[in-house]
Design a protein around this ligand. Sequence first.
Ligand code: PEP
Length: 244
Amino acid sequence: MTAARRPLIAGNWKMNGLTADGLALARSLAAAPEGVAELLVCPPATLLAPVASALSGSRVALGGQDCHAEEAGAHTGDISAGMLADAGCSHVITGHSERRANHGETDAVVRAKAAAAHRAGLVAIVCVGETEAERDAGEAEAVVAASLLGSLPAGARPGNTVVAYEPVWAIGTGRTPTVDDVVAVHAALRAALGDRGEAMRILYGGSVKPDNAAALLAPYDVDGALVGGASLSAADFLAIAGAA
Ligand code: PEP
């Protein structure tokens, strides 16, 4: 970690929580004292409005979990980046592996969504990660670097884009790569980013918990975490943030 890249700890609540749960979690997070890391939560769309008001005035920012590439139109069930901004979001996750796997999102789709996020003034958190077979074949670094370059729109820069390295096989499984493997991939991603690499934040995501956060967040090239399951507990999420 370098002072120029403030750590970001982002929570992806996925499809979890009704209003009472979301409000209780948001209120606990909103009460957290200032700390080193920037904090972000990405609740389900139905909770954006109540969570926005619970977080108002706190150090915790709000993000969406996905957006459509277009600004408006006949896209039943979808949400545009402008709608997320209107609901109080500053960030949106694009290209999460669950979107890629369950909704057939390709790098080109992710690129269009990230571009839409930028047009709406949102920071796009662009996710990439290898499958277990790709890692076993020794292709992890090449696969994620190519996926990142395919997923970044032309205007991606450190001020509007955060990269999240999330090995598919580590998400929700309790398994993580070794710290050395994380460092190797982050270094490959930073190199692939070229001139933008030194200033752009690259998060690690995949089974980050309070007991492994300090080790995973310590390396120079790891600028925070995208946290799924552990972000549903305020105590666990804040413990991870405290390790940054
Ligand atoms: C995620 O879904 O982005 C994620 C990292 O999940 P988990 O922390 O539960 O592995």
